[in-house]
Design a protein around this ligand. Structure first.
Ligand SMILES: Cc1ncc(C[n+]2csc(CCOP(=O)(O)OP(=O)(O)O)c2C)c(N)n1
Ligand SMILES: [Mg+2]
Length: 575
């Protein structure tokens, strides 16, 4: 029997995870991980606290779960994968974490570095040869803030501390560490917890001159507008933004939001597209946003002043991306808003102009909402629309329900139909690799076990999310949630993009798009088979609301549910 007191690199690595605040290790373990598994078992036998292992049958789901957990808790988590192959299976979930600036610690084994038994852990299987690649870390290099390989166990804790410090420093993001079996087996001396001296960088604030410039520009403007996408990742920033916009009567546009940034029913919430408000603006404040507008869609006034405030204002990680701005600040939005409010409250503002603008904007807000609600009419042709789903869902959830939205071409119907009043109740995939919502729902439920989690997904996106893995995890780890599939039987986004470029093309004439699932799978049953989820398909509009109500009750009683909502098919192509 091995000694319980044997202390290796793997033990130190696991201890460092615990010390840096990781609660979960979403793990897909392999032949590279014996030392880690021994370390976990030793800690369990000794009653020592370590992060909980969440067995994840697919790596994409593991990282998406860590992503969702962070979005709801603000705490970076760990993901453990197997050599080059497990790393490759992270796939697009790594793109999502990188683009969303989600901190996460990814550890992957490296194939053994010896062949003849020179060290413990030496190669003993054919895969150990096949998994030896030239540049394993190169797989992730374009997507992580830091990557490294453990050379010795003697400083492995420092590696974890440094990696987490980088991951949690704005702009945040994933980090990746590898280690071969031999180095993980190395015996080392235990080291005490030194994390108190490895904190992330303090947030950045605005300069005094910047505060003055921003407020005087806004105070002198007639038609200002503010655009944001992810300010609400800090839930405390939302009230500050409301106060700031009320003080100066600034309308807010949420552009492709991945968080709840501003209460949708507030009179200054002006929807999700800049439209003519943006075209006619004389000042635009971009606050925490990647793509505030697209030049081929919106045409800003030449004299419009642009003020950009973001932890990542110039988007260095995107090769071609620019938003010419008159004033650009790298600053944390919570601190920037606190500073701006303090300053603006002390100066003389033109209150009559501000009040007049507020009533004008309030009217606009009200007529916009009226128009949105009019689109939710009962579908008399018997075919469920995305707007009808929104309406039915709105009637059965409450203001605390957490919505994860990855519905692609139905997204606008969700934003418009599901008002969100409380911060931290609406989330999106900040990246573009489809399938985030399934794993994210697991992470969300683990982070907030007392909340109801509802995941909204396109049918194509549901399949990308690896639902078999998601629902196995959901049951195993008691993380029930409701999935609603917006099933138009295909990839409508792909078709719509084609139509934008070829509105009168042959593809349209002949209904030849190669985007439809004309032999429909029973999507909900995948979840039933994999994790015992309640599975139901609904195609009649009059049955939807009661089905959703029932599904929420089932979820609240502890079982996941999947409602597959059949809508108008996007194509009838058969070959
Ligand atoms: C991993 C990944 N593969 C492919 C795409 C390209 N893509 C973008 S939208 C889309 C269609 C999504 O279909 P669905 O979820 O059914 O939503 P719909 O477009 O029908 O509303 C595809 C295939 C992508 N963004 N990510
Ligand atoms: Mg679809």
């Amino acid at each position: 029997m091995e000694s319980l007191s044997r202390y290796t690199t793997a033990d130190a690595l696991l201890e460092a995870f615990e010390e840096t605040g990781i609660s979960y290790l979403f793990s897909n373990l392999g032949s590279d991980h014996p030392a880690l598994i021994e370390g976990l078992a030793k800690a369990k036998a000794l009653g020592r606290p370590l992060p909980k292992v969440i067995i994840s049958p697919h790596e994409y789901v593991a990282l998406s779960a860590a992503h969702g957990y962070y979005q709801l808790s603000g705490q970076a988590q760990g993901v453990i994968v197997h050599t080059d192959v497990g790393t490759q299976n992270l796939g697009g979930s790594l793109h999502n974490a990188a683009r969303s600036r989600v901190p996460v610690f990814i550890f992957s084994g490296e194939t053994p570095s010896t062949m003849e038994g020179e060290l413990a852990g030496s190669r003993n299987s054919p895969i150990n040869y096949l998994q030896n690649v030239y540049d394993q870390r190169g797989i992730v290099r374009g997507y992580v803030k830091w990557e490294y390989d453990i050379r010795t166990g003697k400083n492995v804790k420092q590696l974890v501390y440094r990696a987490m410090q980088i991951a949690n420093t704005e702009p945040k993001g994933p980090v990746y560490l590898t280690g071969a079996r031999e180095v993980l087996e190395e015996e080392v001396q235990p080291k005490k917890d030194l994390t108190s001296r490895w904190k992330p960088k303090e947030p950045t604030a605005l300069t005094d001159a910047g505060i003055e410039q921003i407020i005087s520009t806004l105070a002198n403007s007639k038609n200002p507008i503010l655009i944001t996408s992810y300010l609400g990742r800090n839930i405390e920033s939302v009230d500050l933004l409301v106060e700031f916009c009320e003080l100066l009567s600034i309308p807010v546009i949420e552009s492709n939001p991945s968080y709840m940034n501003y209460p949708t029913e507030h009179p200054l919430h002006m929807g999700f597209e800049g439209g003519d408000l943006l075209d006619n603006a004389d000042v635009v404040v971009v606050l925490d946003c990647d793509v505030p507008w697209i030049p081929t869609v919106n045409d800003l006034n030449d004299s419009c002043k642009v003020i950009f405030i973001d932890n990542d204002p110039i988007k260095e990680k995107i090769p071609l991306a620019y938003i010419p701005a008159d004033l650009t600040f790298q600053a944390d939005s919570y601190h920037a808003l606190t500073q701006l409010l303090n300053y603006a409250k002390k100066i003389n503002l033109d209150h009559s102009t501000i009040e007049e603008r507020f009533s004008r904007l309030k009217e606009r807000h009200n007529s916009q909402r009226k128009e949105w609600r009019q689109r939710e009419v009962f579908p008399t042709n018997g075919v469920i629309t995305p707007e009808w789903v929104s309406r039915c869902l709105r009637n059965v959830i409450d203001e605390d329900t957490i919505i994860l939205n990855e519905t692609i071409t139905s997204t606008s119907a969700i934003f418009k139909g599901i008002p969100r009043i409380k911060p931290g109740t609406m989330f999106g995939n900040g990246g573009s690799s489809l399938g985030w919502n399934g794993g994210a729902a697991i992470g969300a439920k683990l982070a907030q076990p007392n909340k109801t989690v509802v995941s909204l997904t396109g049918d194509g996106t549901y399949l990308f999310s690896v639902p078999s893995s998601v629902h196995w995890m959901s049951r195993k780890y008691n993380a029930p949630f409701l999935t609603i599939i917006f099933n138009n039987q295909g990839w409508n986004a792909t078709k719509m993009n084609l139509l934008k470029q070829h509105p009168d093309g042959i593809a349209k004439r002949d209904d030849h798009y190669w985007v439809n699932f004309d032999k429909p799978a029973d999507l909900a049953k995948i979840a039933e088979a994999a994790g015992g989820a309640f599975a139901q398909t609904i195609s009649k509009p009059e049955e939807l609301e009661s089905a959703l109500k029932n599904a929420i009750e089932i979820v609240n009683s502890g079982q996941s549910a999947v409602i597959d909502v059949k809508m108008q098919p996007i194509s009838y192509q058969v070959d």
